[in-house]
Design a protein around this ligand. Structure first.
Ligand SMILES: Cc1ncc(COP(=O)(O)O)c(C=O)c1O
Length: 386
């Protein structure tokens, strides 16, 4: 070949970084393959199996012959069930026609960007935030604008209004948050809603961790008066029902934006795998006890992990949601130094906070999707190392 990759790849793809989560989880995998007993806290996925009733509903659907294309926005039964869920649990005034089923929340986010974001448009994300927001914004040609958050006040955005310009098109909100576990209460959400309404700025509310919440109640910004036409509520099945590999999520879009979203979806993915939509229907309609047991287990792990980390000198607030601890490790070095030391010397794999934004320089993210016994073992190993 007489040319380099930089010459043949699109500027779009050259502009985005590899996911740091994948990078560090690959490092952990390599060490495991080399025979080490690695305790892997890198993964953003529940370590539980998908509940049996969901699997059986999917098998039934497959055997029934649901193996053809389905309607682009998703099967009607599922959209109806999801809209009723949003009305009942999230206080969002919606109907099935506003629901679009997508292959995961991630694809819903990319679709929204591709449909609404134009070159030069600014999209606000909070620092730290999940790794793929920045990439999705850039893929659509937009400019990510990072707003710092204050760890002393539940990772609330600091001086948000000062970052609004005539080019600001959207704010991405993620509560409960990956990586911090922060859950936003009514007053922060009202501040964001006021800014959005005053300036006609869209809000993309990524509520994928909605059900993994411990002490607070989840509040959807899409339920605030005036936000109906400005909010995309994005959610999915990956985290609440341990269905990461199934690839199914959904969005609730404002009326007037459903058609353009569907235009993009029809040319990109056509529809979500048909029989998996029947599995998702069972997830939402069927018994919720396995989901509730999983959340209770996450709570126990969180309490053990956070207490242990604080005893070791890592400064770690109790996360209110999701399944991540996000301690400040500045006592021992930068997040990257601590991550390397933990992997090299204690066979513990975590993600350095810098991957989620520059405010994460002295943090690490620990996903507690590992059993209580592995968490206790990890705390013992950390103790010996430190
Ligand atoms: C904040 C956040 N949003 C979205 C996703 C993607 O979810 P899905 O598996 O539904 O695409 C993740 C997955 O890690 C996440 O952490």
């Amino acid at each position: 070949m007489s040319f380099g990759l930089n010459e043949i790849l699109s500027k779009r793809i050259l502009k985005i970084e590899d996911s740091s989560t994948i990078k560090y989880s690959n490092r952990a995998k390599q060490k495991k393959l080399a025979g080490y007993d690695v305790i892997d806290f890198t993964l953003g996925e529940p370590d539980f199996d998908t509940p049996e009733n969901i699997k059986q509903a999917t098998i039934k659907s497959l055997n029934r012959g649901d193996t053809h294309y389905s309607a682009g926005p998703g099967i009607l039964e599922l959209r109806e069930e999801l809209s009723e869920k949003l009305v009942r649990e999230n206080n969002i005034d919606t109907i099935a026609q506003n629901i679009i089923v997508t292959p995961g929340a991630k694809q819903a986010i990319l679709t929204i960007m591709m449909v609404l974001i134009e070159k030069g448009d600014e999209v606000i994300i909070f620092d730290p935030s999940w790794v793929s927001y920045e990439a999705c914004i850039k893929l659509a040609g937009g400019k990510p604008v990072r707003v710092p958050t204050d760890p002393e006040y539940g990772f609330k955005p600091v001086n948000l209004s000062e970052y609004i310009t005539p080019k600001t098109k959207m704010i991405i909100l993620n509560s409960p948050s990956n990586p911090t576990g922060a859950v936003y209460g009514k007053s922060i959400l009202q501040e964001i809603a006021d800014i959005s309404i005053d300036n006609d700025i869209f809000v993309l509310a990524d509520e994928i961790y909605e059900k993994i919440i411990y002490d607070n109640k989840h509040i959807s910004i899409g339920s605030f008066p005036g936000m109906e036409n400005l909010t995309f509520t994005v959610n999915g099945f990956s985290k609440a029902y341990a269905m990461t590999g199934w690839r199914i999520g959904y969005m609730n879009a404002p009326d007037y934006l459903v058609k353009p979203i569907l235009k993009y979806q029809s040319h990109s993915i056509s529809n979500v795998n048909t029989f998996i939509q029947y599995g998702a229907l069972e997830a939402i309609k069927g018994p919720q006890n396995e989901r509730d047991n999983m959340i209770a287990e996450f709570r126990e792990r969180r309490d053990i992990l956070v207490e242990g980390l604080n005893k070791l000198g890592f400064k770690c607030d109790v996360p209110q949601g999701a399944f991540y601890a996000y301690p400040d490790v500045s006592e021992y070095g930068t997040g990257e130094q601590v991550t390397d030391a933990l992997l090299e010397e204690a066979d513990i794999a975590v993600i350095p906070g810098i991957g989620f934004g520059k405010s994460g320089k002295y943090h690490i993210r620990i996903s507690y999707a590992s059993s209580v016994s592995r968490i206790k073992e990890a705390l013992l190993r950390m103790d010996s190392l430190l």
